[in-house]
Design a binder for this molecule. Structure first.
Ligand SMILES: [Cu+2]
Length: 135
């Protein structure tokens, strides 16, 4: 019984952590290393699955929450525990407006823990966010 309560508490705390990390759009977002931007993403393949080529829409805001347009984005990534990268080279193909950017060519070829490095380059400020996700 005590064990069950402990697990419930851990779950509640995990939920609280996720909520705190969410931005106004109710999506999880990540601050870039130097704090210039916040990035979030939406996969056009939901739920995420392995071995399926798909697109992401990455949203970029500045530290004040204003959407950042006219940025250049790049995405690299891999599985740190396996010491390998992404099987593809995703490319930003379009600025969709309102701080949204289309990244084409996303594909994950293994289940497990992935780390994506999103580099945002706008108005001479280049900064990087690390997005962790598990598929
Ligand atoms: Cu792997």
């Amino acid at each position: 019984m005590h064990r069950l309560i402990a697990i419930s508490c851990a779950l509640l705390m995990a939920f609280a952590g996720v909520t705190a990390a969410q931005d106004a759009t109710d999506r999880q977002s990540w601050s870039t290393r130097s704090g210039y931007y916040r990035v979030s993403y939406k996969s056009r393949l939901e739920p995420l699955a392995i071995n399926r080529m798909h697109d992401w829409v990455i949203h970029v805001e500045d530290a004040e929450g204003t959407p950042v347009n006219n940025a250049t984005l790049s995405v690299t990534g891999g599985m740190p525990k396996h010491n390998h990268g992404l099987p593809t080279e995703p490319r930003m193909t379009k600025s969709l407006g309102n701080g949204d950017y289309l990244m084409e060519g996303m594909r994950f070829h293994m289940s497990g823990d992935w780390e994506l490095t999103v580099t945002v380059d706008a108005a001479g400020r280049r900064d990087t966010a690390i997005i962790s996700l598990t598929i």
